[in-house]
Design a protein around this ligand. Structure first.
Ligand SMILES: Cc1cc2nc3c(=O)[nH]c(=O)nc-3n(C[C@H](O)[C@H](O)[C@H](O)COP(=O)(O)O)c2cc1C
Length: 401
């Protein structure tokens, strides 16, 4: 495939995209205190749309208060009242001919009780080693059914707000990923044990949503592997991809890792120790001397150093593509036009998506297209990733400022 073909319009799940390069979901921290999208978020999306991105996937939006993110100012989609605010943004983005897909999530145990007002919930009562919260509450059958309904309601709201589709976040160790992975799901009832049981919650969301929203596109972002002992492995992920297709999933974006793994999903050369001390809720309030003394501890907490740091999900996504006939998108360490041309041109996947490259350059696709940039300027310092806990999204370029 030539560069020009990458930039030709393409269809994803019935949605017409400007090209094959997608903005992957990126928490922007630009909701107000209630989770309503702000004017600043609209401006951010318009920068991406004017920068000729193929489609925008929004930062994750919460479907229920007890699944709210601990990150700064998360979007919420848990009430009908928010529909007009989203509608305003969607309409503005559509004026540029850019599709916009809303990502929906429940954080499960990857949150803090201070944010949600209650103990975190999870498929099983297993403590998360990164969040260091109390042991989460194991969800009852009744509570699982409530959450399924919350997802279905949120999907319906996204449709009413005019989004082109939704993406269920079933990756990175959030609630639906917690159900999928045998590492975090030790249940013995119909929601745990066999793969079909661990997958059941997702299938029920699809089945319920179909009755409410008809053929409205429902995509997923899933882990091909999560790096956890006894966790998600690629062979299981391939099987789950088949189940997703059967459930009516419109497209699969392939990622990896959990928050517990640190920077497994968003990899970099070096652990962002300075950023953790400056922005992370565990350290930011400490006085400078204690912060200095805490440095070795932070280094130890961030010790996992996954490799490679570029294009790390491509091989797994390719395996998933071989198993399904729905479109496959790959994300993770993609930054050069040459690599994109190879991934798409040799049909390893149908689309590629990026997150960090669009934080530093929202108009990267336009630059690629015009030939003024061959590779993203992102240095994968991951300061943006840590600072999400404290403030709105921006590029730090490896410096505390
Ligand atoms: C600041 C930041 C915010 C993110 N927010 C989300 C999110 O809301 N939903 C999601 O699925 N992934 C989120 N991610 C993960 C990215 O979408 C992506 O999977 C990961 O960063 C690897 O892609 P990249 O190498 O292109 O950055 C976020 C990553 C970063 C750095």
């Amino acid at each position: 495939m030539t560069d020009n073909q990458i930039f030709e319009p393409a269809v994803l799940a019935g949605i017409k995209l400007k090209n094959r390069i997608i903005r992957s979901a990126t928490h922007e921290g630009l909701a107000d205190g209630n989770g309503i999208p702000t004017e600043a978020l609209k401006i951010k999306y318009l920068q991406l749309a004017k920068g000729e991105v193929g489609a925008i996937i929004t930062g994750y939006a919460g479907i229920r208060q007890n699944g709210k993110s601990p990150n700064y100012q998360m979007l919420m989609m848990d009430t009908e009242d928010y529909i007009p605010f989203y509608r305003d943004i969607v309409d503005a983005v559509h004026e540029h001919g850019t599709p916009i897909i809303q990502q929906l999530a429940h954080c499960g145990r990857q949150t803090r009780s201070k944010v949600t007002g209650e103990k975190p919930v999870a498929p099983s009562a297993i403590r998360d080693k990164m969040f260091l919260e109390e042991v989460p509450k194991e969800l009852s059958d009744h509570e699982i059914r409530d959450i399924i309904n919350n997802f279905i309601d949120a999907i319906d709201r996204s449709k009413k707000a005019g989004f082109d589709g939704v993406q269920l976040h079933i990756a990175h160790g959030y609630l639906l990923a917690q159900f999928l992975s045998p590492y975090s799901n030790r249940r013995k009832d119909q929601w745990g044990g066999s793969m079909e049981n661990r997958y059941r919650i997702i299938d029920e969301i699809f089945q319920g949503a179909r009755k409410r929203v008809g053929s409205f596109p429902i995509l997923v972002k899933m882990n091909a592997y999560d790096g956890r002992k006894n966790g998600m492995r690629i062979d299981e992920a391939v099987h789950i991809a088949g189940l997703l297709e059967k459930s009516g999933c419109a497209a699969i974006e392939v990622s990896c890792g959990t928050i517990e793994d640190g920077f497994y999903a968003s990899r970099g050369e070096k652990a962002p120790v300075d950023a953790v001390l400056e922005y992370s809720y565990l350290f930011r309030e400490l006085n400078p001397v204690i912060k200095f003394m805490a440095r070795p501890l932070v280094r130890f907490m961030l010790r996992s150093d996954p490799k490679p740091i570029y294009n790390y999900n491509v091989a797994a996504a390719q395996q998933i593509k071989e198993r399904v006939s729905i479109p496959v998108i790959v994300v993770g360490g993609i930054k050069s036009l040459e690599d994109i041309a190879d991934i798409i041109g040799t049909q390893k996947t149908d689309f590629v998506s990026m997150c960090r490259p669009f934080i530093i350059e929202p108009n990267l696709v336009k630059k690629f297209k015009e030939g003024t940039r061959k590779e993203s300027r992102c240095i994968h310092c991951n300061y943006c990733s840590i600072a999400q806990e404290a403030q709105s999204l921006r590029c730090y370029y490896g410096k505390i400022k």
